[in-house]
Design a protein around this ligand. Structure first.
Ligand code: BGC
Length: 857
């Protein structure tokens, strides 16, 4: 096999360039939550650094979202590099000792359980979290040694796929030791800066107003340059311009359905999305609940004034110009202008407000101004109306609010839609089994009532009022085409290859028509895990070690269809950084890395084996990316990933992840962007455009859809109203598909209203393809149609729902079953023989795989 990996482990130009790019761009992902002037620290000096993330900074979450980088710059490393002298080494060394012994004990436990059960260590790793050890107390002696006036306290949290977070100390809440140490610092230091090295929301009720805390910076998890990026921000080289993409509640209980989430109600089989569309700020604002930090919030080292200059309609868009002035004297900075709308009260229940559009300014120097343009389609006013059913823009007055967070806005215009526009007329789809019926929450109006007086005054003063011309808004009645029959009669005598199709000597259908049923079934199933490599659960790609899987290589020579290599995940490429192969190109075992699990190269590794290296760049996790509110930045980082795919021979990136942050405890929220579907859709589209700007490289948006909990993730049934689906959970995917045509979509593990998403014809054919005109291919999540549930860590007796079926994947329009096993292919053949699947269904999926192979050339 020819590997593209390097045979030298020297840092390549590309690697260095990408490290520089991340260092430069990631600073925009940081959100300054509090600052009384303690930040920035212009002159680095002695500084005491404590907390579990000081040296063990979490760069990104675990699981498939992990990236194996060459090195990691911790917060301490970054501060030292910036010229600070760390004054707390005694405490840090004590923590290291505890940490190292805990890691050892954890690894021994994982390995012994794995041995006992005869399963790979990686599967145990998924079930059993490594918990950051209890940190030592800071002592009088530590403080005496420190002899400085400023302390930095780094609070880290890690989470991973396969399990949800817990509303417990050490996860959502501060630990007793964190609280003790913070109090101790408050007593002994003049200034305390708290850095939140977390992937998602944590409880801030005991931090926001904590005595002695002068500044709180949400660092997030921003990749392997974290330390440098943080130091740049702390020293004022960069100015934080990130804004929250989630509502940070005062109390966990303030989130809707908080006590029922995932296993908190003792039931992980059925999850009822009773809050309907009231997710995140839509809930807090409509129900009149005060958040601790609202959606869109974030401070800066400077101050800005924002003046709306104009609000106009241009074609089917609304355009808003805002003059942003940096009113500070010292720091240049960037401002985010956010536009929200309140829809008219009418037949369809609407939230108090919804995000309509946003834009970020360039760097504005003190005293200077810039005109920022926010453009968004009028279509963003639309919602799903179950009565038709259709996507409609209800007639009435739309109140336009412009500001810098969901709670800091001013009414700037009232736009009238003269009469209801039925934009897209649908068929009734995706409904749940009536046995599970429930009513979604509705807007009680309490949020609006709370702001009524201010609102009335602003409305009275608002002079920008006009009626929108809706004549150019596209209206359509969706034609559900369904699966079109493939022409199997177009047989040609000569053997066709992918080359024949590319050379336009044959069509895709003609090529497919030459495949036997058995061959077709192989095309729809990934390359089976090679014998001897089975324990590397998530690494079944032999062409690029460490990638998550690849499509079949069976037709590489006969039909010139190369296997397509797929690699995780949202924070960069997850590949094996160091591997060995024989001189003939046969991959040798060992060197795999998965989280904390590493495998050694066995003793019988030939002495003349060739060493290969493939170090990738870790970019900020998706939530942190979204916090930049800078779509160009996300596009650039997407392109960076695309270039690394090119470098190492990966065709498809198993990212971006774009599930909605329904509840802060979802174990994978860090891999997803936001609680808001518009932010989610626009970020995913930008990421997609970035990656796909590199020829032949594609993304896989995932997990389609409603994968909002991790416990029992393969067998939990998400019960969601069609309204909430259309307006919240599918909306981001719809935006990404329509704006960027990702090469692939990955289904989720869960069932949606009773049907596994990979088996859901209405979701994959009717909605994704027929309504949204999706042109790409669809794949399962890993092992979704793998019936050996014990291998997946489940006990069949305890399962309420069956696994997804291979046959139904093909029927529903899920073209590729990954990573694939012989049984998947056999099931497809048997189903056609039994008349439970048509040959045409199989051919249609095969055509999608071949079209994908052409795009990836
Ligand atoms: C995850 C996917 C990932 C796949 C391959 C699954 O466990 O849910 O997001 O892409 O593994 O690693």
């Amino acid at each position: 096999m020819d590997f593209l990996a390097k045979t030298s482990d020297a840092i390549t130009d590309l690697e260095q360039r990408h490290a520089n790019t991340v260092r430069e761009l990631a600073s925009e992902c940081l959100v300054l939550l509090e600052n009384d002037g303690a930040l920035p620290i212009r002159n680095p000096g002695r500084i005491a650094v404590y907390g579990n993330g000081a040296r063990h900074t979490v760069q990104g979450g675990g699981g498939s979202g992990e990236v194996n980088t060459r090195y990691k710059i911790s917060i301490c490393d970054g501060l030292i590099d910036a010229g600070f002298e760390i004054a707390s080494n005694g405490w840090l060394d004590r923590y290291d000792e505890i940490y190292d012994s805990n890691i050892k004990a954890y690894m021994d436990k994982v390995e012994s359980i794995a041995r006992e059960r005869g399963v790979p260590a990686t599967s145990v790793y998924f079930e059993m979290a490594f918990e950051a050890p209890v940190m030592p107390k800071i002592t009088e002696e530590d403080v005496a040694q420190a002899s400085c006036d400023t302390a930095v306290f780094v609070i880290s949290r890690d989470s991973t796929e396969g399990r949800d977070r817990k509303p417990e100390k050490g996860d959502y809440y501060l630990t007793d030791e964190e609280e003790y140490n913070l109090d101790f610092l408050a007593y002994h230091f003049d200034k305390i800066i708290v850095l939140l090295n977390v992937g998602g929301v944590i409880d801030m009720s005991k931090l926001k107003h904590r005595r002695g805390v002068n500044a709180i910076l949400l660092v997030g998890q921003i990749g392997n340059q974290t330390g440098y990026v943080v130091a740049d921000c702390i020293t004022g080289k960069t100015n934080p311009s990130g804004k929250l993409v989630d509502t940070w509640a005062r109390y966990y209980e303030d989130y809707p359905c908080s006590n029922e989430f995932s296993g908190l109600d003792g039931n992980t089989d059925d999850e009822f999305y009773r809050e309907g569309i009231y997710v995140g700020y839509r809930y807090f604002d409509s129900f009149g609940i005060m958040p601790l930090y609202p959606f869109g919030y974030g401070k800066s080292y400077t101050t800005f004034s924002n003046e709306v200059i104009s609000v106009t309609q241009e074609g089917t868009d609304i355009k808003i110009w805002v003059k942003v002035t940096n009113t500070g004297t010292e720091f240049a900075g960037k401002q985010v202008i956010q536009v929200y709308f309140s829809a008219p009260e009418g037949e369809v229940d609407r939230p108090y407000q919804e995000l309509a559009g946003y834009a970020k300014s360039d760097l504005i120097y003190p005293g200077e101004s810039m005109n920022v343009e926010v453009v968004f389609p009028i279509d963003n006013f639309a919602c799903y109306d179950d009565d038709y059913p259709a996507r409609v823009i209800p007639g009435g007055d739309y109140i336009i609010r412009v500001g810098t967070s969901s709670r800091e806005t001013k009414i700037e215009a009232v736009l009238t839609v003269p009469e209801t526009v039925i934009k897209e007329k649908y068929t009734r789809l995706l409904e749940d089994d009536p046995r599970y019926a429930f009513e979604d929450m509705t807007n009680p109006g309490t949020g609006k009532a709370a702001h009524q007086a201010v609102e009335d005054a602003q409305l009275a003063a608002c002079t920008r009022r006009f009626t929108l011309d809706m004549s150019r808004i596209r209206r359509s009645v969706i034609r559900y085409r369904g699966v079109t029959e493939t022409h199997i009669d177009q047989r040609r005598d000569e053997v066709l290859t992918l080359g024949s199709v590319i050379g336009r000597n044959a069509g895709v259908a003609e090529l497919v028509a030459q495949f036997s049923l058995e061959e077709l079934s192989e095309l729809l199933v990934g390359n089976y895990i090679k014998e001897g490599f089975e324990d590397i659960v998530f690494s079944s790609a032999m062409h690029v070690p460490g990638a998550a899987a690849e499509t079949t290589s069976r037709f590489e020579h006969s039909r010139r269809i190369k296997p397509l290599v797929m690699a995780d995940g949202p924070a960069g490429l997850r590949l094996q950084p160091h591997f060995k192969a024989t001189k003939d190109g046969d991959l040798l075992r060992g060197g795999e890395m998965f989280g904390l699990i590493r495998t050694e190269f066995p003793e019988d590794t030939p002495a003349d084996a060739i060493d290969y290296y493939q170090y990738c760049t870790m970019i900020p996790v998706a939530t942190a990316l979204a916090c930049s509110w800078n779509l160009k930045l996300i596009e650039k980082l997407g392109r960076l990933v695309g270039e690394e795919m090119e470098e190492y021979g990966v065709h498809l990136w198993l990212a971006p992840g774009m599930n909605i942050h329904r509840n802060p405890l979802c174990g994978r929220n860090f891999e997803y962007y936001s609680e808001d579907p518009l932010v989610t859709g626009l970020c995913a589209a930008a990421d997609t455009l970035g990656v796909q700007s590199v020829d032949g490289k594609g993304v896989t948006i995932k997990h389609f859809a409603c994968n909002n909990q991790e416990d029992n993730r393969m067998f939990s049934n998400s019960h969601v109203s069609v309204r909430a689906l259309r307006d919240i959970y599918l909306r981001g995917f719809e935006i990404a598909v329509k704006l960027a045509q990702p090469f692939c979509v990955m289904c989720s593990y869960n069932l949606l209203n009773g049907i596994h998403t990979a088996n859901n014809y209405e979701l994959l054919q009717s909605v994704l393809r027929d309504e949204w005109d999706y042109e790409g291919a669809v794949m399962t999540d890993w092992f979704s149609s793998f019936e050996d549930v014990e291998f997946l860590g489940y006990d069949e007796k305890n399962l309420k729902y069956p696994p997804a079926f291979s046959r139904l994947c093909v029927y529903a329009g899920c073209d590729m079953q990954m990573p694939g096993c012989a049984k998947n292919a056999e099931d497809i053949v048997t189903a056609v023989h039994n008349g439970r699947l048509t040959l045409s269904d199989v051919q249609t999926a095969a055509m999608n795989v071949i079209r994908l192979a052409i795009k990836c050339l």
